[in-house]
Design a protein around this ligand. Structure first.
Ligand SMILES: *[C@@H]1O[C@H](CO)[C@@H](O)[C@H](O)[C@H]1NC(C)=O
Ligand SMILES: *[C@@H]1O[C@H](CO)[C@@H](O)[C@H](O)[C@H]1NC(C)=O
Length: 403
């Protein structure tokens, strides 16, 4: 870009202002103006590359790794780049790729930990290294976690362990750094769901109970509490405060499908919501803070609960427009939610400030597979269907509107 001499001159004066004044001035500019300005001279380029210039913009748009509280979840990547990629998320600009395919239909579950993707396939869980340039995933397997006699239903990761729940009623605690694992029968029937935080494991089962276990080597397999839920448990999540956890149940009995329990004393703290259709079972729960959580399931709604405001009514809700059940949700802890639907591999992106869905990707238009599990970081989204694992890469060239 070529600027007239007078403007170059005024730019020179602009950069003589104290830095805090400059930050303030720039905080009023939109990304496009900032990009123009950064091309003006080396000085402006250097200054505008700094994270501080982009922080306010990054907090205001989706999936930049900035939480609502202003905490940066991936400080190693310049915010300017993340703002650019965020525009691709907003506009649905991405590259779809099949990472892995298998022959039979399964109910896979996935988790992402930096560059490693954990995927359950039948009774095993594999860890794959995701190379930046793509490539065959099958050749990148770095670990295998086995031990279940039946399919793995869910698993969860901590810094040190991978804890899996199986259709065989077993819970297996695998050490992530070695081959060591401990297994025990947790429930009489399928263990549908599991969560672990702060040294506590919570499991939920078809046997209509939730159980609390300690994650301490000398107490592995020791059940601390059993909570009768009188309804099959499909999902559990431990609050970031560690004081409570939520169970999402099948809603086939006369009990609210979302109940919050005290982790220490195991009494019922509260029920979320009041009127639920029979069969409105809850399939996934995601906490954003000790007070805020998202839920989804068979009744086709994503609901956002704020326990400080009210537990009887959610503060926001979004309906899946095709009347499909919602199998999984993930949040960027700020404005974006990603959800997986029960048909045609539909993944949706939602901006919480809008009632309508922001983007829809139909990953498998010809098969009726649900999206059983999904996860994302600021550049990629991974979705596991019955027999295929997809990735969506949002790092493509910037849309024209940006230039
Ligand atoms: C997101 O995950 C992919 C695969 O693990 C990785 O290549 C990429 O660098 C990650 N992006 C960020 C921003 O961490
Ligand atoms: C699980 O892993 C074991 C050990 O590698 C292997 O023998 C078995 O075939 C695997 N099962 C499935 C279902 O992939």
């Amino acid at each position: 870009m070529c600027l007239p001499a007078t403007r170059t001159l005024s730019l020179m004066f602009l950069f003589q202002l104290p830095e805090d004044v400059l930050f303030l001035v720039f905080s009023y500019l939109d990304p496009r103006s900032l990009c123009r300005l950064s091309q003006a001279c080396k000085r402006s380029y250097m200054f505008i590359s700094r994270d501080a210039v982009w922080r306010k913009i990054a907090k205001d748009i989706i999936n930049t790794g900035m939480t609502r509280q202003g905490i940066d979840l991936c400080p190693s990547i310049p915010l300017k780049d993340r703002v650019r990629v965020s525009h691709n998320w907003i506009h649905g600009v991405c590259r779809k790729e099949v990472l892995l395919k298998w022959k039979i239909n399964l109910l896979p579950w996935i988790q992402l930990d930096c560059d490693v993707l954990y995927l359950s396939q039948a009774a095993n869980i594999s860890a794959y290294h995701l190379r930046a340039e793509g490539g065959k995933l099958q050749n990148n397997r770095v670990a295998l976690f086995s031990g279940h006699q039946e399919d793995v239903c869910r698993f969860t990761l901590t810094d040190t362990h991978l804890i899996s729940a199986g259709g065989d009623g077993k819970i297996i605690i695998h050490d992530r750094g070695s081959d060591y694992s401990v297994e025990y029968y947790g429930h009489n029937q399928e263990v549908n769901c599991i969560d672990c935080k702060g040294g506590v494991i919570v499991s939920g089962s078809r046997d209509k109970t939730a159980k609390i276990w300690a994650l301490a080597p000398d107490r592995f397999g020791q059940c601390l509490h059993t909570i009768p839920t009188y309804d099959r448990v499909w999902s559990v999540a431990i609050s970031p405060s560690l004081c409570n956890f939520v169970t999402g149940t099948a809603c086939c009995e006369n009990f609210a499908p979302l109940r919050i329990w005290d982790t220490e004393r195991c009494h019922l703290v509260s029920c979320l919501g009041t009127e639920f259709r029979r069969g409105a079972g809850v399939l996934d729960i995601a906490y954003e803070s000790p007070f805020q959580l998202l839920t989804c399931g068979y009744d086709t709604f994503i609901r956002y609960w704020d326990l400080r405001v009210c537990s009887r009514k959610c503060v926001m809700e979004w309906e899946e427009p095709h009347d499909s059940a919602l199998y999984c949700i993930k949040t960027d802890k700020n404005h974006m939610i990603a959800s997986g639907s029960s048909y045609y591999g539909v993944v949706r992106l939602w901006d919480k400030r809008q009632t309508r869905c922001l983007q829809m990707f139909q990953l498998a238009p010809t098969t009726s597979s649900p999206v059983y599990s999904l996860c994302f970081n600021t550049t990629h989204l991974y979705a596991a269907l019955a027999s295929v694992l997809y990735s969506l890469d949002f790092r493509t060239a910037a849309p024209q509107s940006w230039k």
